[in-house]
Design a protein around this ligand. Structure first.
Ligand code: PLP
Length: 384
Protein backbone atom coordinates (compact mmCIF):
# COMPACT_ATOMS: atom_id res chain seq x y z
CA UNK A 1 0.00 0.00 0.00
CA UNK A 2 2.73 2.43 1.03
CA UNK A 3 4.71 1.98 -2.17
CA UNK A 4 1.58 2.34 -4.29
CA UNK A 5 0.74 5.60 -2.57
CA UNK A 6 4.32 6.65 -3.26
CA UNK A 7 3.93 6.06 -6.98
CA UNK A 8 0.64 7.94 -7.07
CA UNK A 9 2.29 10.89 -5.39
CA UNK A 10 5.11 11.02 -7.90
CA UNK A 11 2.60 11.03 -10.78
CA UNK A 12 0.36 13.73 -9.35
CA UNK A 13 2.14 16.00 -6.87
CA UNK A 14 -1.06 17.21 -5.26
CA UNK A 15 -3.98 15.29 -3.91
CA UNK A 16 -7.41 16.06 -5.28
CA UNK A 17 -9.11 18.66 -3.13
CA UNK A 18 -12.67 17.48 -2.96
CA UNK A 19 -15.60 19.86 -2.92
CA UNK A 20 -17.10 18.16 0.11
CA UNK A 21 -16.47 15.05 2.14
CA UNK A 22 -17.54 13.28 5.33
CA UNK A 23 -15.30 13.60 8.38
CA UNK A 24 -15.12 10.12 9.86
CA UNK A 25 -12.78 8.28 12.20
CA UNK A 26 -12.34 5.10 14.18
CA UNK A 27 -15.12 6.02 16.62
CA UNK A 28 -17.79 5.91 13.88
CA UNK A 29 -16.51 2.52 12.64
CA UNK A 30 -16.51 1.20 16.18
CA UNK A 31 -20.07 2.41 16.75
CA UNK A 32 -21.31 0.71 13.56
CA UNK A 33 -19.55 -2.53 14.52
CA UNK A 34 -21.28 -2.37 17.89
CA UNK A 35 -24.69 -2.30 16.19
CA UNK A 36 -23.70 -5.16 13.86
CA UNK A 37 -22.49 -7.20 16.85
CA UNK A 38 -25.75 -6.69 18.72
CA UNK A 39 -27.56 -7.76 15.58
CA UNK A 40 -30.42 -5.26 15.74
CA UNK A 41 -30.03 -3.10 12.67
CA UNK A 42 -33.42 -1.46 12.24
CA UNK A 43 -34.96 1.26 14.36
CA UNK A 44 -34.30 0.70 18.05
CA UNK A 45 -32.38 1.96 21.05
CA UNK A 46 -29.64 3.83 19.12
CA UNK A 47 -32.30 5.87 17.34
CA UNK A 48 -33.94 6.66 20.67
CA UNK A 49 -30.56 7.73 22.10
CA UNK A 50 -29.78 9.89 19.06
CA UNK A 51 -33.17 11.58 19.36
CA UNK A 52 -32.55 12.25 23.06
CA UNK A 53 -29.12 13.71 22.31
CA UNK A 54 -30.54 15.92 19.56
CA UNK A 55 -33.43 17.00 21.78
CA UNK A 56 -30.87 18.09 24.37
CA UNK A 57 -28.79 19.86 21.70
CA UNK A 58 -31.76 21.89 20.41
CA UNK A 59 -33.69 22.18 23.66
CA UNK A 60 -36.80 21.03 21.74
CA UNK A 61 -38.20 17.73 20.50
CA UNK A 62 -36.23 16.15 17.70
CA UNK A 63 -37.51 13.18 15.72
CA UNK A 64 -35.27 11.20 13.35
CA UNK A 65 -36.13 10.01 9.86
CA UNK A 66 -34.46 8.42 6.85
CA UNK A 67 -33.17 11.65 5.25
CA UNK A 68 -33.65 15.40 5.07
CA UNK A 69 -36.12 15.18 2.19
CA UNK A 70 -38.33 12.83 4.23
CA UNK A 71 -38.08 15.26 7.17
CA UNK A 72 -39.46 18.08 5.00
CA UNK A 73 -42.22 15.94 3.49
CA UNK A 74 -43.39 14.54 6.83
CA UNK A 75 -43.29 17.99 8.46
CA UNK A 76 -45.47 19.42 5.66
CA UNK A 77 -47.91 16.51 5.86
CA UNK A 78 -48.13 16.77 9.64
CA UNK A 79 -49.29 20.38 9.08
CA UNK A 80 -52.06 18.98 6.83
CA UNK A 81 -50.48 20.45 3.72
CA UNK A 82 -51.25 18.51 0.54
CA UNK A 83 -53.35 18.46 -2.62
CA UNK A 84 -54.29 21.94 -3.87
CA UNK A 85 -52.09 23.78 -1.36
CA UNK A 86 -49.15 26.01 -2.22
CA UNK A 87 -45.80 26.41 -0.49
CA UNK A 88 -43.44 29.35 -1.09
CA UNK A 89 -39.81 28.32 -1.58
CA UNK A 90 -36.79 29.84 -3.26
CA UNK A 91 -35.93 28.57 -6.73
CA UNK A 92 -32.22 28.35 -5.88
CA UNK A 93 -32.16 25.28 -3.63
CA UNK A 94 -31.45 21.59 -3.86
CA UNK A 95 -34.26 19.83 -5.75
CA UNK A 96 -35.00 18.00 -2.48
CA UNK A 97 -36.93 21.04 -1.17
CA UNK A 98 -39.14 21.01 -4.27
CA UNK A 99 -39.60 17.24 -4.33
CA UNK A 100 -40.58 17.17 -0.65
CA UNK A 101 -43.33 19.72 -1.35
CA UNK A 102 -44.65 18.05 -4.52
CA UNK A 103 -44.55 14.64 -2.77
CA UNK A 104 -47.33 15.88 -0.47
CA UNK A 105 -49.48 16.86 -3.48
CA UNK A 106 -48.87 20.56 -2.83
CA UNK A 107 -47.35 22.92 -5.37
CA UNK A 108 -43.89 24.39 -4.78
CA UNK A 109 -44.20 28.08 -5.72
CA UNK A 110 -40.74 29.17 -6.82
CA UNK A 111 -39.62 32.57 -5.51
CA UNK A 112 -36.71 34.84 -6.28
CA UNK A 113 -33.77 35.27 -3.91
CA UNK A 114 -32.02 38.07 -2.09
CA UNK A 115 -28.88 38.97 -4.07
CA UNK A 116 -26.64 39.16 -0.98
CA UNK A 117 -27.63 36.24 1.26
CA UNK A 118 -29.12 34.08 -1.54
CA UNK A 119 -32.07 33.33 0.75
CA UNK A 120 -35.77 33.78 -0.01
CA UNK A 121 -36.78 37.23 -1.25
CA UNK A 122 -39.88 38.19 0.75
CA UNK A 123 -40.88 41.08 -1.53
CA UNK A 124 -41.08 38.63 -4.41
CA UNK A 125 -42.73 35.95 -2.26
CA UNK A 126 -45.51 38.33 -1.25
CA UNK A 127 -46.50 38.81 -4.90
CA UNK A 128 -46.95 35.05 -5.26
CA UNK A 129 -49.34 34.57 -2.35
CA UNK A 130 -52.78 33.19 -3.24
CA UNK A 131 -55.69 31.87 -1.17
CA UNK A 132 -54.08 28.42 -1.45
CA UNK A 133 -50.74 29.44 0.11
CA UNK A 134 -50.33 27.45 3.34
CA UNK A 135 -46.65 27.57 4.19
CA UNK A 136 -43.29 29.14 3.52
CA UNK A 137 -40.07 27.13 3.34
CA UNK A 138 -37.02 29.34 3.92
CA UNK A 139 -33.83 27.59 2.81
CA UNK A 140 -30.83 28.40 4.99
CA UNK A 141 -28.53 28.69 2.01
CA UNK A 142 -24.90 27.76 2.77
CA UNK A 143 -25.64 27.84 6.52
CA UNK A 144 -26.80 31.45 6.83
CA UNK A 145 -30.43 32.29 7.44
CA UNK A 146 -30.78 35.81 6.03
CA UNK A 147 -33.34 37.89 7.92
CA UNK A 148 -35.18 35.01 9.57
CA UNK A 149 -37.17 37.24 11.91
CA UNK A 150 -38.71 38.89 8.85
CA UNK A 151 -39.71 35.47 7.52
CA UNK A 152 -41.58 34.82 10.77
CA UNK A 153 -43.22 38.26 10.68
CA UNK A 154 -44.27 37.56 7.07
CA UNK A 155 -45.69 34.15 8.06
CA UNK A 156 -47.63 35.73 10.94
CA UNK A 157 -49.06 38.39 8.66
CA UNK A 158 -50.26 35.82 6.11
CA UNK A 159 -51.10 32.99 8.57
CA UNK A 160 -48.55 30.57 7.12
CA UNK A 161 -46.70 27.64 8.69
CA UNK A 162 -42.91 27.95 8.53
CA UNK A 163 -41.00 24.80 7.60
CA UNK A 164 -37.32 25.75 7.68
CA UNK A 165 -35.13 23.79 5.29
CA UNK A 166 -32.16 23.86 7.65
CA UNK A 167 -30.22 21.15 5.79
CA UNK A 168 -27.24 23.53 5.47
CA UNK A 169 -27.51 25.06 8.91
CA UNK A 170 -26.86 22.42 11.54
CA UNK A 171 -25.23 24.32 14.41
CA UNK A 172 -25.84 27.82 13.02
CA UNK A 173 -27.05 30.47 15.45
CA UNK A 174 -29.25 33.44 14.64
CA UNK A 175 -29.05 36.37 17.07
CA UNK A 176 -27.46 34.05 19.62
CA UNK A 177 -30.07 31.31 19.32
CA UNK A 178 -29.38 27.97 17.66
CA UNK A 179 -31.43 27.18 14.53
CA UNK A 180 -33.94 24.55 15.63
CA UNK A 181 -34.19 25.95 19.16
CA UNK A 182 -36.96 28.42 18.22
CA UNK A 183 -39.59 29.03 15.56
CA UNK A 184 -42.16 26.70 14.01
CA UNK A 185 -40.46 23.65 12.43
CA UNK A 186 -36.82 23.10 11.43
CA UNK A 187 -35.72 20.18 9.25
CA UNK A 188 -32.12 18.97 9.09
CA UNK A 189 -30.23 16.53 6.87
CA UNK A 190 -27.49 14.16 8.01
CA UNK A 191 -26.45 12.98 4.56
CA UNK A 192 -22.80 12.12 4.05
CA UNK A 193 -21.53 15.63 3.36
CA UNK A 194 -23.71 17.76 5.64
CA UNK A 195 -22.33 19.46 8.79
CA UNK A 196 -22.82 16.22 10.72
CA UNK A 197 -23.77 12.90 9.16
CA UNK A 198 -25.46 9.65 10.09
CA UNK A 199 -24.68 8.15 6.67
CA UNK A 200 -28.07 9.18 5.38
CA UNK A 201 -30.62 10.61 7.77
CA UNK A 202 -32.48 13.67 8.90
CA UNK A 203 -34.53 15.11 11.72
CA UNK A 204 -37.47 17.36 12.42
CA UNK A 205 -37.30 19.76 15.36
CA UNK A 206 -40.35 21.50 16.80
CA UNK A 207 -42.08 22.17 20.09
CA UNK A 208 -45.48 21.21 18.67
CA UNK A 209 -46.33 17.85 20.36
CA UNK A 210 -49.11 17.15 17.83
CA UNK A 211 -46.60 17.24 15.00
CA UNK A 212 -44.18 14.96 16.83
CA UNK A 213 -46.82 12.35 17.53
CA UNK A 214 -48.09 12.43 13.94
CA UNK A 215 -44.58 12.03 12.54
CA UNK A 216 -43.80 9.22 14.99
CA UNK A 217 -46.50 7.23 13.23
CA UNK A 218 -46.14 8.51 9.67
CA UNK A 219 -42.45 7.55 9.47
CA UNK A 220 -43.44 3.94 10.25
CA UNK A 221 -46.15 3.36 7.63
CA UNK A 222 -48.75 5.04 9.83
CA UNK A 223 -48.65 2.17 12.34
CA UNK A 224 -49.91 3.78 15.54
CA UNK A 225 -47.54 3.73 18.54
CA UNK A 226 -44.97 1.63 16.69
CA UNK A 227 -42.15 4.07 17.59
CA UNK A 228 -42.35 3.30 21.33
CA UNK A 229 -42.25 -0.45 20.69
CA UNK A 230 -39.27 -0.23 18.39
CA UNK A 231 -37.21 1.75 20.92
CA UNK A 232 -37.40 -1.32 23.17
CA UNK A 233 -36.55 -3.78 20.39
CA UNK A 234 -40.16 -4.87 19.83
CA UNK A 235 -42.68 -4.27 17.09
CA UNK A 236 -46.44 -4.08 16.73
CA UNK A 237 -48.47 -7.09 15.61
CA UNK A 238 -51.85 -5.78 16.63
CA UNK A 239 -52.26 -2.21 15.42
CA UNK A 240 -54.37 0.36 13.65
CA UNK A 241 -53.51 2.69 10.77
CA UNK A 242 -55.62 5.80 10.24
CA UNK A 243 -53.59 7.81 7.72
CA UNK A 244 -51.11 7.51 4.86
CA UNK A 245 -47.63 6.72 6.16
CA UNK A 246 -44.22 6.10 4.70
CA UNK A 247 -41.26 3.89 5.48
CA UNK A 248 -39.08 6.82 6.47
CA UNK A 249 -37.67 5.80 9.87
CA UNK A 250 -33.98 5.89 10.79
CA UNK A 251 -31.94 2.72 11.43
CA UNK A 252 -29.70 1.93 14.41
CA UNK A 253 -26.66 1.83 12.12
CA UNK A 254 -27.32 5.41 11.05
CA UNK A 255 -28.07 6.63 14.57
CA UNK A 256 -24.86 5.06 15.91
CA UNK A 257 -22.83 7.15 13.42
CA UNK A 258 -24.91 10.23 14.20
CA UNK A 259 -24.28 9.93 17.94
CA UNK A 260 -20.50 9.97 17.42
CA UNK A 261 -20.73 12.88 14.97
CA UNK A 262 -22.83 14.91 17.38
CA UNK A 263 -20.08 14.52 19.99
CA UNK A 264 -17.52 15.71 17.43
CA UNK A 265 -19.75 18.59 16.36
CA UNK A 266 -17.91 21.39 18.26
CA UNK A 267 -14.66 20.44 16.55
CA UNK A 268 -16.35 20.12 13.13
CA UNK A 269 -18.08 23.50 13.52
CA UNK A 270 -14.85 25.28 14.47
CA UNK A 271 -13.00 23.82 11.49
CA UNK A 272 -15.70 24.78 9.00
CA UNK A 273 -15.91 28.31 10.42
CA UNK A 274 -12.15 28.76 10.37
CA UNK A 275 -11.80 27.56 6.76
CA UNK A 276 -14.62 29.78 5.49
CA UNK A 277 -13.14 32.82 7.28
CA UNK A 278 -9.83 32.00 5.66
CA UNK A 279 -11.45 32.11 2.17
CA UNK A 280 -13.10 35.45 3.08
CA UNK A 281 -9.69 36.84 3.93
CA UNK A 282 -8.22 35.85 0.55
CA UNK A 283 -11.11 37.36 -1.42
CA UNK A 284 -11.61 40.53 0.63
CA UNK A 285 -9.49 42.69 -1.70
CA UNK A 286 -10.86 41.38 -4.99
CA UNK A 287 -13.70 43.28 -6.63
CA UNK A 288 -14.75 40.51 -9.04
CA UNK A 289 -15.34 37.89 -6.37
CA UNK A 290 -18.31 38.54 -4.12
CA UNK A 291 -18.55 36.39 -1.01
CA UNK A 292 -21.70 35.80 1.03
CA UNK A 293 -21.27 37.98 4.12
CA UNK A 294 -21.56 35.66 7.13
CA UNK A 295 -20.61 36.17 10.74
CA UNK A 296 -18.67 32.96 11.30
CA UNK A 297 -19.06 33.24 15.04
CA UNK A 298 -22.72 32.38 14.44
CA UNK A 299 -22.89 30.63 11.06
CA UNK A 300 -21.61 27.07 10.65
CA UNK A 301 -21.15 26.93 6.87
CA UNK A 302 -22.10 23.86 4.85
CA UNK A 303 -20.82 25.18 1.52
CA UNK A 304 -18.62 28.10 0.46
CA UNK A 305 -20.15 29.76 -2.58
CA UNK A 306 -18.90 32.90 -4.30
CA UNK A 307 -20.31 35.09 -7.06
CA UNK A 308 -17.84 35.85 -9.81
CA UNK A 309 -18.82 38.84 -11.91
CA UNK A 310 -17.86 38.90 -15.58
CA UNK A 311 -17.37 35.13 -15.56
CA UNK A 312 -17.93 34.33 -19.22
CA UNK A 313 -17.21 30.61 -19.16
CA UNK A 314 -17.89 28.82 -15.91
CA UNK A 315 -17.33 25.37 -17.40
CA UNK A 316 -13.90 26.36 -18.64
CA UNK A 317 -13.01 27.84 -15.26
CA UNK A 318 -14.15 24.65 -13.52
CA UNK A 319 -12.06 22.60 -15.94
CA UNK A 320 -8.99 24.69 -15.19
CA UNK A 321 -9.61 24.29 -11.48
CA UNK A 322 -9.91 20.52 -11.77
CA UNK A 323 -6.65 20.48 -13.74
CA UNK A 324 -5.08 21.95 -10.62
CA UNK A 325 -6.68 19.26 -8.52
CA UNK A 326 -9.59 21.35 -7.24
CA UNK A 327 -13.19 20.17 -7.39
CA UNK A 328 -15.85 22.87 -7.59
CA UNK A 329 -19.64 22.84 -7.55
CA UNK A 330 -22.73 24.79 -8.58
CA UNK A 331 -25.36 25.32 -5.88
CA UNK A 332 -27.93 25.26 -7.35
CA UNK A 333 -29.55 25.06 -10.74
CA UNK A 334 -32.83 27.02 -10.34
CA UNK A 335 -35.72 24.58 -9.89
CA UNK A 336 -38.19 26.65 -11.90
CA UNK A 337 -36.19 25.64 -15.00
CA UNK A 338 -36.71 21.89 -14.45
CA UNK A 339 -39.37 20.43 -16.74
CA UNK A 340 -41.33 18.92 -13.83
CA UNK A 341 -41.75 22.34 -12.17
CA UNK A 342 -41.55 24.67 -15.18
CA UNK A 343 -45.16 25.13 -16.23
CA UNK A 344 -46.32 25.48 -12.68
CA UNK A 345 -44.01 28.45 -12.23
CA UNK A 346 -44.54 30.83 -15.13
CA UNK A 347 -43.14 34.12 -13.96
CA UNK A 348 -39.93 36.07 -13.89
CA UNK A 349 -36.99 35.58 -11.56
CA UNK A 350 -34.72 38.57 -12.26
CA UNK A 351 -32.28 38.09 -9.36
CA UNK A 352 -32.04 34.33 -9.79
CA UNK A 353 -31.52 34.69 -13.55
CA UNK A 354 -28.74 37.23 -13.16
CA UNK A 355 -26.96 35.57 -10.24
CA UNK A 356 -27.11 31.89 -11.16
CA UNK A 357 -24.46 32.12 -13.94
CA UNK A 358 -22.06 33.76 -11.42
CA UNK A 359 -22.20 31.08 -8.74
CA UNK A 360 -19.28 28.80 -7.94
CA UNK A 361 -18.78 26.68 -4.82
CA UNK A 362 -15.28 26.01 -3.56
CA UNK A 363 -14.07 23.03 -1.49
CA UNK A 364 -15.20 23.10 2.12
CA UNK A 365 -15.01 20.21 4.58
CA UNK A 366 -13.24 19.60 7.89
CA UNK A 367 -10.52 17.49 6.24
CA UNK A 368 -9.00 20.63 4.68
CA UNK A 369 -6.45 22.97 6.27
CA UNK A 370 -5.45 26.62 5.83
CA UNK A 371 -2.86 25.64 3.25
CA UNK A 372 -5.50 23.97 1.08
CA UNK A 373 -7.69 27.08 1.29
CA UNK A 374 -4.73 29.26 0.34
CA UNK A 375 -3.97 26.98 -2.63
CA UNK A 376 -7.60 27.04 -3.85
CA UNK A 377 -7.98 30.80 -3.36
CA UNK A 378 -4.77 31.64 -5.17
CA UNK A 379 -5.69 29.33 -8.05
CA UNK A 380 -9.08 31.01 -8.44
CA UNK A 381 -7.62 34.52 -8.20
CA UNK A 382 -5.11 33.61 -10.89
CA UNK A 383 -7.62 31.99 -13.22
CA UNK A 384 -10.41 34.59 -13.27
C1 PLP B 1 -29.25 17.98 1.54
C2 PLP B 1 -30.41 18.88 1.34
C3 PLP B 1 -31.74 18.46 1.53
C4 PLP B 1 -32.18 17.04 1.69
O1 PLP B 1 -31.50 16.25 2.51
P1 PLP B 1 -31.27 14.70 2.17
O2 PLP B 1 -30.84 14.16 3.50
O3 PLP B 1 -30.23 14.62 1.12
O4 PLP B 1 -32.57 14.12 1.73
C5 PLP B 1 -32.75 19.40 1.46
N1 PLP B 1 -32.49 20.69 1.19
C6 PLP B 1 -31.24 21.13 0.98
C7 PLP B 1 -31.03 22.58 0.70
C8 PLP B 1 -30.16 20.24 1.02
O5 PLP B 1 -28.93 20.68 0.78
Amino acid sequence: MASRAGIMESVSPRKLIRLSKSYLGEAEKHAVMGVLDRDFLGMGSEVEQFEKALTKFFGRNAICVANGTAALQLALEACNIGDGDEVLVQSVTYVASFQAISATGAKPVACDIDPVSLTLNLVDAEKRITTRTKAIMPVHYSGGVGELDKVYAFADKHSLRVIEDAAHAFGTKYKGKRIGSFGDISCFSFDGIKNITSGEGGCIVTDDPMLISKIEDSRLLGVQKDSEKRYTGKRSWDFNVSSQGWRYHMSNIMAAIGLVQLEKYPEIAKKRQKLASCYDHFFSENSEIKTIPHDYFEVVPHIYTVRISKMNNRNLLREKMINRGIQTGIHYQPNHLLSFYKEKNISSFPVTDSIFPELLSLPLHPGLNDEDISYVSKALLELI
